[in-house]
Design a protein around this ligand. Structure first.
Ligand code: SF4
Length: 413
């Protein structure tokens, strides 16, 4: 049996700062929604947020709301309301829990920020770079609230992003502008757009450095910490707030590295997590790994908010490139090479694939990748079954038993 030792997540000094950024984000949206002072755009998490922000919209991310529904475990109770109106329990559980939340008029924003309801949109903007579900998700709101729906359609399953793909997506981004101008009643300002792109690039560079600090032995933080601290990278990218926040977080991480402060005491094993988080079980899984002296050091998920290809000199094409070169857009050959690069950087000794029942798009175990990776890198792999939000698809007991057996296997290698 592996040695067990009581361990808890080590809180970051900048946690309150992170909480403040999130509270300000939702607070500002709430005021705008109630008073109509500013127009609000709902945007997919890897959608054209910089453009929307630069044009003067406040930006709300339904996936972020979906993650909150998962983390607060409200999702499992709300999903059946979407199922009852014809949305399959097999499709994205962000979608079904979010629509359920809307139908039931319940939101985790109420208990967290004293906000009664999600901010009402003036426009809905998606990018299918991650999946088709986002289009159908926003389509429901468009029909039900009679709100304009705009979108970018990105080719998927590709290895190398060619100029033609960048050109196509870049044109689609530019084509949004006249529609958005009509909704806003004001003209697009190129200078402000370039400034926003530059701020987003800066925060991305810092976020990458934060994530890469986990290459240190021992790692100063875990995947579970990063899922919390990535909030500003999602909701505040393109703002000075995000840049300042990641300077502070990076400093704290570097201090931990310099002092040899480990996220997991007596770190013995290092794991790579592929796929979606299981939002309702972050604490429980984090503790479980810690108890077994195992640090989940890196993940494809948290890396998905690195957009350091952004370049204010070439804002549209660089934005198209940044949002098309994502891991989720690529084919298996690219994904295999990507994980190999991560292996060399983070020196993990095992990899866990989360087969998330309702998100085939971010479950990379389904076409033989775990076996190929395991063979190529010479490390064991484990696939666990679960879901991002629907805890009916997750067995805690079974998963923890499987993880323990996997760690025992790592002990023996
Ligand atoms: S990528 Fe997965 S979790 Fe994200 S919106 Fe699409 S189906 Fe849902």
């Amino acid at each position: 049996m592996v040695e067990k030792k009581s361990s808890h997540r080590k809180k970051f000094n900048c946690q309150e700062y992170c909480n403040r950024i999130m509270a300000n984000h939702f607070g500002e949206l709430n005021v705008a929604s109630r008073k109509g002072a500013k127009k609000i755009a709902w945007c997919t998490s890897v959608g054209p947020a910089e453009l929307l922000r630069a044009m003067g919209f406040l930006v709300f991310f339904p996936e972020n709301h979906g993650a909150l529904l998962g983390a607060t475990r409200m999702a499992t109770d709300l999903i059946p309301y979407a199922t009852a109106i014809g949305y399959s329990p097999d499709i994205c559980s962000y979608l079904t829990s979010d629509i359920g939340s809307y139908i039931c008029k319940q939101t985790p924003l109420t208990s967290a920020y004293n906000i009664k309801s999600v901010p009402k949109p003036d426009v809905l903007v998606f990018n299918t770079n991650q999946c088709r579900d986002v289009q159908d998700w926003f389509g429901w709101y468009s029909r039900n609230m009679n709100i304009p729906l705009l979108g970018i359609h990105t080719p998927r399953g590709i290895e190398k992003i060619e100029k033609r793909e960048v050109f196509d997506v870049s044109k689609q981004i530019q084509n949004l502008i006249p529609e958005l101008e009509k909704i806003l009643g004001k003209k697009f300002d190129m200078d402000y757009f370039k400034e926003t792109i530059e701020l987003s690039r800066q925060s991305s560079v810092l976020w990458r450095k934060c994530l890469e600090s986990a290459s240190a032995l021992p790692s100063p933080w875990t995947f579970f910490d990063a899922t919390i601290h990535m909030g500003p990278a999602v909701v505040a990218r393109g703002t000075k707030d995000a840049v300042e926040y990641y300077k502070v977080l990076l400093k704290e991480l570097n201090e931990r590295v310099n002092k040899g402060i480990a996220a997991v005491d007596n770190e013995k094993h290092r794991i790579y997590w592929d796929g979606m988080p299981i939002w309702g079980k972050l604490n429980s899984l984090s503790s479980h790994f810690s108890l077994h002296r195992t640090c989940v050091v890196a993940s494809t998920y948290c890396n998905s908010w690195i957009f350091d290809q952004l370049d204010h000199i070439d804002p549209f094409d660089s934005m198209a490139r940044a949002y098309t070169e994502l891991f989720i857009v690529r084919n298996e050959k690219y994904k295999e090479a990507y994980i190999k690069d991560c292996f060399e950087k983070y020196r993990f000794d095992g990899i866990i694939f989360h087969d998330s029942k309702t998100c085939p798009n971010n479950s990379n175990n389904r076409y033989g990748l775990p076996g190929r990776i395991s063979q190529r890198l010479g490390i064991p792999e484990l696939t666990i079954n679960g879901d991002l939000n629907d805890l009916r698809c997750y067995s805690e007991e079974q998963t923890k038993t499987n993880i323990e057996a996997f760690i025992e296997q790592l002990d023996e290698t």
